[in-house]
Ligand binder design. Structure first.
Ligand SMILES: [Cu+2]
Length: 117
């Protein structure tokens, strides 16, 4: 997983959240709940974020985001790439958004963005 922005802070965030995350995993598995199937879920929960930097020409957006469940990622500030048209024209730096990010070929890509009113 590449974290292109503020690696020191990201590392610190990981170091901070890792132990409870492990404890949670353990707790979940000890309940005997069936493991999530490999198949993609039909619903794609969105994560919350604030746009810090937006470069439409380069297709890169820096977000301060909350937890991203599907990536197992905790809250942090980092840069994602996105394809043309994914970020609505009304979205600008400083805006709050809801978004879906996925890992594609080792890159973290924003695949869907909704403006938050
Ligand atoms: Cu992140």
């Amino acid at each position: 997983m590449k974290h292109l922005v503020l690696p020191a802070i990201a590392a610190a965030a990981f170091a901070f959240v890792l132990p409870p995350a492990i404890a949670q995993d353990h707790e979940h598995s000890s309940h005997g709940a069936p493991a999530a199937p490999a198949a993609k879920p039909t619903s794609q929960p969105l994560s919350e974020g604030t746009v810090r930097r937006l470069d439409r020409a380069a297709g890169s957006v820096t977000l301060t985001h909350g937890p991203i469940e599907n990536l197992g990622m905790s809250a942090m500030t980092m840069t994602f790439t996105f394809k043309k048209g994914v970020v609505p024209a009304s979205v600008k730096e400083g805006d709050k958004i809801r978004f879906r990010a996925e890992e594609k070929k080792g890159q973290l890509v924003v695949v869907r963005v909704e403006a938050v009113k």
